[in-house]
Structure formats: C-alpha cells, structure tokens
Design a protein around this ligand. Sequence first.
Ligand SMILES: CC(C)(COP(=O)(O)OP(=O)(O)OC[C@H]1O[C@@H](n2cnc3c(N)ncnc32)[C@H](O)[C@@H]1OP(=O)(O)O)[C@@H](O)C(=O)NCCC(=O)NCCS
Length: 168
Amino acid sequence: MSGWTIRPERPGDEAAIHDLVARAFAPMPFSEGDEQDLVDALRAAGDLIQSLVAADSAGTIIGHISFSPVTVDQEACGWFQMAPVSVSPEVQRSGIGSALIETGIARLKAEGARGVAVVGNPAYYERFGFTQVPGLAPLSAHDAPYFRAMVLAGPAPQGILRYAPAFG
Ligand SMILES: CC(C)(COP(=O)(O)OP(=O)(O)OC[C@H]1O[C@@H](n2cnc3c(N)ncnc32)[C@H](O)[C@@H]1OP(=O)(O)O)[C@@H](O)C(=O)NCCC(=O)NCCS
C-alpha cells in the first residue's frame, strides 16, 4: 500500500486510535483485548510522550505507535517503552509498522532519548536493531524472553526496567 503519511497524534484522533488498536490486536492469540485501553490510560496519565499515527490519503488512521517513559531501578533515565504498535489488519505487511517504528525511534533520538525497550516477537523487532542488553531486564519474568532494547546514547542502564503505571 502507498499513499500514507506519518504524523503526531492530534486532538480528536483519540477515538480512531482506540478503534484501530482494538482491530489490530483482536486476531492476535496473545492479546488480552485491552491494548486500546492501555493507550487511553497512558494518555490520561500524561505518559503518552510520543504518539504517532499513519494516515491514508483520505485521512483515515491506519497505524499507530505509542512510546512511554520507563524507569530502571526506579530512576528515570531517558529510556522509553515502545508499545503498543498497531496496523490496521487490511494493510499489514506493507511497511507501515516498520515506518512507525523507525520514525518514532528517530524522533525520540533527536529529542535526546537514551534508549528504547520493547516486548514482542524478537524475530520482528531485532530487524530494527533491538537486542538483548546484558544487565537490563524487565520486572516481569513473563516478559523476559520477549524483552529487547536499543541503546540510543550510551552507556546502557543496568537494572530492572519498569513500565509506566498504566501497564499494570
Ligand atoms: C506487528 C505489526 C505492527 C507490524 O506492522 P506491519 O505494517 O504489518 O509490518 P511491516 O509491513 O512494516 O513489516 C512486515 C514484516 O514484518 C513481519 N511481521 C509482521 N508482524 C510480525 C510478527 N508479529 N512477528 C514476526 N514478524 C512479523 C512480516 O513477516 C514482514 O516481514 P517480511 O516483509 O520479511 O515478510 C502489525 O502486523 C500489527 O499491527 N499486528 C497486530 C498487533 C501486534 O501484534 N502488534 C505488535 C505487538 S508486539
């Protein structure tokens, strides 16, 4: 698919983002069906520090990515969690997810972020440069096998990484 652009979320996008995230995750067997509520909760808490959408030529939102601050050993350290990433099922596998990830990380780096963490399929995220960072681990043992990180400005923090409170 071509003819889409990426831009920051604007006031009025909230309902379309909620619907898109719900539709993207609905078919996923690992989903608990609440990813759209997570985005709303991050926004309400002031933790949706970067929210980008992909919009088609008609302006319809077909992709979305969220970044929120994390702590390492309970200290803010300029690191962010990339989640969730959502692309409308009809247009998946046409490069929109990759563009949202690459654009989001580049914008964060330009603003001085020191790193980004993600929990997901390593086969997908490692292609963007996410790796296992020795000494950096999520609080959740369940997430640990799927946890990857990308250092944007070193050194990498060492310790237990905790997501924003909206993650529960
Ligand atoms: C995951 C997602 C954001 C990727 O967006 P996308 O626009 O479809 O991805 P892109 O077109 O940029 O990249 C497609 C490539 O990623 C791969 N890919 C897509 N989703 C993948 C997944 N869940 N696991 C592994 N690989 C995946 C495809 O095989 C494809 O690779 P190929 O081109 O070598 O065949 C999108 O599929 C989606 O919204 N999925 C449902 C929600 C979800 O699972 N989000 C991520 C949670 S961790």
